[in-house]
Design a protein. Sequence first.
Length: 293
Amino acid sequence: MISFSPKQLEVFVAITLQGSVKAAAKVLHLTQPAASMALAELEKQLGSSLFDRDKGRLFLNQKGKDLLPLAQEILERMRELEQRAGDAQDTLRGNFRVGASNTVGNYLVGDLLGNFVNQHEAVTVHLQVANSDEIVKGIMEHSLDVACIEGEVINQDIEALAWRDDQLQICARPDHPLALKTALQESDFENQRWILREQGSATRLLCERELARLPQGHIVMELGQVEAIKQAVIAGLGIAFLPKVAVTYAIESGRLKRLETPFLNLNRKLSIIYHKQRYRGRLMDNFLSMAGI
């Protein structure tokens, strides 16, 4: 009969998330030999290695990938059991790892996390902001519990729940030739200089779809942050697709001009995603509820 301890599972999960035995031992307040011993004993109990070893480094193998969400679920269920058995059964505790694409992480993080953080002070939220491809990867690898991204996710292992609508706008400097025109047409965009998000961004996919409807232009810059693109447009380096939420003040203050393009579809959905194997415990359910899901 398998007889592993919660501490051994904690070590396994921590090594996976932290990337090394040394880092895992530090966050768990263990010595490195104690963490190594706990992992070795767990693998012995399971009758299988969970990591491939190469020159002192650990790489989660397929068996480890299969067992990781189960180990995380066991630990979370044990925490819930302890809380419900104690006096503070209504108090949520633990770590909650949230991913967000750049638009959400930089402009809508308050809307996404504000109520949850304010009402659950004993929960430590770890926020990772990256492009959509990286965030989806984190969900698939179980290094993130939940995430919010723009764009569609086509993956049978991921649950995607609609959160809210969003919109891109094509913006230029107020003195740009296109900004001085009225009733723009597709032909006006021929040979325009475009500043786009990097590959792997859901925003980039939408931009490429809509650019295909316009005459040929020139991609003069690719940048990984919305703010950098906004500043490049303000500097007169080109025009760009920018999230409405990111440019409202710049347009009102006269630093940017929105180009009216009714012939393009710049609407998109923001979705909250999580892995279907991820245990929907009290932390997850409370987060989704406060996000309005």
